[in-house]
Design a protein around this ligand. Structure first.
Ligand code: ADP
Ligand code: MG
Length: 627
């Protein structure tokens, strides 16, 4: 072919109108992450190699079939160029024109779908939308694409453009199969003519691409996309190595989940639970540790949208080929596909936890101790997974040994006949709860009661509301209704301790209410107490004392909390004595009432005014030592 001939075959073509618009934005808008051009070019190269591999299996003869399948990146610092070469499927003249001159292909289609939206919000957002091949013009003055198709009859062509309205296509004889893209860097993009910079970018976005990527003859992507391989052939050590790589970790994972699904979505996921929860160590909130990939190419590192927030302790990878590579981070947030992947993967993880709990209780307990707080957070914040999470939470209970954890399922299994509700009470420790007034009525009836030792537990239960159709009820509710006492012996025991008569009790409670004023809503005679003289209960069943304490501590307590009820035990010697004292020395009896109230508040874990309380208790003690 003569030079004249070749020139004669050079054609200048206008870009499609939409491409012009797109290029204009690419070239003139402010891009924050210009380095993604390399991700786009490498992923195109990997696609082309994949397509070639596929073709070579079915095609009888392909051009240059001896070439190794790889991607080479060369940097020329003198000329300020970057060259990306692949030995993939290549493009003939028609394909060059169609693929690089229109926006018929998927990548930039997404861009246009998002463009209008972005224009309405903020032009700068445009920078977040991927634009596929055209991203090269973010850094290039001129882009040259030399390509030769795998088909035996293609001769090779060169496509050249400066990104301003038109491109040329000319024959380019003598080249090998595949595509070479030469980027002549803009003045403000010379930083990219630097091999170590290029290596870093490749490691970030393209570590798992399945063909070797060579920069200065060094293969940069040495880690396998383990998630894409089948489970059976992967060794534990390989998994652990991979965990260390993606999790940037030095420990060994406690649990892992590796699964693949084809329907309704193509998802491959490889997730790890680390050895320990660093939030617990006081390192502050961890960032999400799972990254989103499409066909092994990074879309969103440490994605905030691919899993619920409460799963932020997981490390690993989710890959879905159904996602467009060019999807922006902005668009990820309201993408229905992403929401579906999120749901499928979280449910799978919870299912695996349930299996671990059943088959390896010790491992699960270890997991719970480290990461239980995240599951509790899930109950509170994630309605969608609430029921699944309800089965996974664990607590101590009155029926278990100290330190032994029970599930709500176990609790329900051993509920008494006729028992309709699940009971719990919060306290600072097991000992504090067992010494307090709240569990007396439960002990008497041999009813199991869950001890919620973590201040947030009451929020967890109030969000859960019911478990297995049984209401979750805090023992400090005013309207607590426990099953009738059946045991006659206990009843007889009660009878031995005579109570104040009805009238005296009524008079006493009315007077106590007067003394306490607005501090309490009501003073009532208790049906639940045995050994304690008094107890604070919450008349409205929604808020427990521990919830109130937590809200006060976080500064939310400034608004009014509903006043509480004080219940008194009319069989208790202190209460009976109080009725007598009132007749003899009312002012002193009033002090005793205030002290009973403060003591009951302390047992409820609520704040009292310490100075007044201590002064008063000294006055009372002074009377005791004087008499
Ligand atoms: P997408 O990759 O989403 O299709 P791009 O803008 O990245 O969009 O690429 C446009 C098209 O150009 C591709 O679909 C492909 O047909 C073609 N193409 C780009 N780079 C190459 C390459 N290295 N080898 C072969 N074809 C390519
Ligand atoms: Mg592409």
């Amino acid at each position: 072919m003569s030079t004249e001939n070749a020139t004669a075959q050079t054609e200048t073509k206008e870009f499609q109108a939409e491409v012009k618009k797109l290029l204009d934005i690419v070239i003139h808008s402010l891009y924050t992450e210009r380095e993604i051009f390399l991700r786009e070019l490498v992923s195109n190269a990997a696609d082309a190699l994949e397509k070639y591999r596929h073709q070579s299996l079915t095609e009888e003869k392909t051009f240059d079939s001896h070439l190794p399948l790889d991607i080479k990146i060369e940097v020329n610092d003198d000329q300020k160029t970057i060259t990306v070469t692949d030995t993939g499927i290549g493009m003939d003249r028609g394909e060059l024109e169609a693929n690089l001159g229109t926006i018929a292909h998927s990548g930039s289609k997404t861009f246009f779908a998002n463009l209008e939206e972005a224009a309405r919000k903020d032009v700068h957002l445009i920078g977040q939308f991927g634009v596929g091949f055209y991203a090269a013009f973010m850094v290039a003055n001129r882009v040259t694409v030399q390509s030769r198709s795998f088909r035996m009859d293609d001769q090779g062509h060169e496509w050249v453009s400066e990104g301003t309205g038109s491109f040329t296509i000319a024959p380019c004889p003598g080249i090998r199969r595949g595509t070479k893209i030469i980027i002549e860097l803009k003045d403000d993009a010379h930083e990219f003519a630097n091999a170590s910079r290029i290596k870093r970018i490749i490691k970030r976005y393209s570590s798992f691409v399945s063909f070797p990527i060579k920069v200065e003859d060094e293969v940069v992507n040495t880690v396998q996309a383990l998630w894409a391989r089948s489970k059976g052939e992967i060794k534990d050590e390989e998994y652990n190595e991979f965990y260390k790589f993606v999790g940037n970790a030095v420990d060994e994972p406690m649990l892992r989940l590796h699964f693949a699904a084809d329907a309704p979505l193509a998802i491959k996921a490889l997730l790890f639970v680390p050895e320990s929860n660093i939030e617990k160590l006081g390192f502050g909130r961890t960032d999400p540790g799972v990254s989103l990939y499409c066909q092994r190419v990074l879309i969103d590192q440490h994605s905030k949208t691919i899993l619920p927030e409460w799963l932020r302790f997981l490390k690993g990878v989710i890959d879905s080929e159904d996602l467009p590579l060019n999807i922006s981070r902005q668009a990820l947030q309201d993408n229905a596909l992403v929401a579906k992947i999120n749901k499928v993967v979280s449910s799978r993880f919870l299912k695996q936890l349930a299996e671990t709990a059943k088959n390896e209780p010790e491992t699960y307990e270890k997991f719970w101790k480290e990461f239980g707080a995240f599951l509790k957070e899930g109950v509170v914040s994630d309605f969608m997974h609430r029921d699944e999470l309800g089965k996974l939470i664990r607590f101590e209970s009155s029926k278990g040994e100290p330190g032994k954890l029970v599930s709500l399922t176990e609790y329900v299994e051993r509920m008494q006949e006729g028992q309709k509700e699940i009971y719990y009470i919060n306290g600072a420790s097991r000992e504090a709860i067992e010494a307090g007034p709240y569990i007396e009525a439960f002990r008497k009836r041999d009813l199991e009661i869950i001890y919620t030792l973590d201040p947030i537990d009451d929020f967890v239960f109030s969000h859960l509301g019911v478990f297995d159709d049984k209401k979750l009820v805090s023992a400090d509710r005013g309207d607590l209704e426990l099953p009738e006492l059946k045991d006659e012996a206990t009843t007889a025991e009660e009878a031995k301790k005579p109570a104040l008569d009805q009238e005296a009790a009524k008079g006493l409670t009315a007077w106590m209410k007067e003394v306490l004023g607005t501090k309490v809503k009501e003073v009532l005679e208790s049906k639940r107490l045995e050994d304690s003289p008094a107890i604070i209960v919450n008349p409205d069943g929604l808020m427990t004392s521990s919830m109130e304490r937590l809200m006060r501590a976080s500064g939310q307590g400034l608004q009014e909390f509903g006043a509480k009820n004080l219940e008194i035990n009319s069989r208790h010697p202190l209460i009976k004595g109080l009725a007598e004292l009132r007749k003899k020395d009312e002012p002193f009896a009033e002090s005793v009432v205030q002290q009973i109230y403060d003591n009951a508040m302390i047992q409820a874990g609520l704040m009292v005014e310490p100075r007044t309380m201590v002064e008063r208790s000294y006055q009372i003690l002074a009377r005791v030592v004087q008499s």
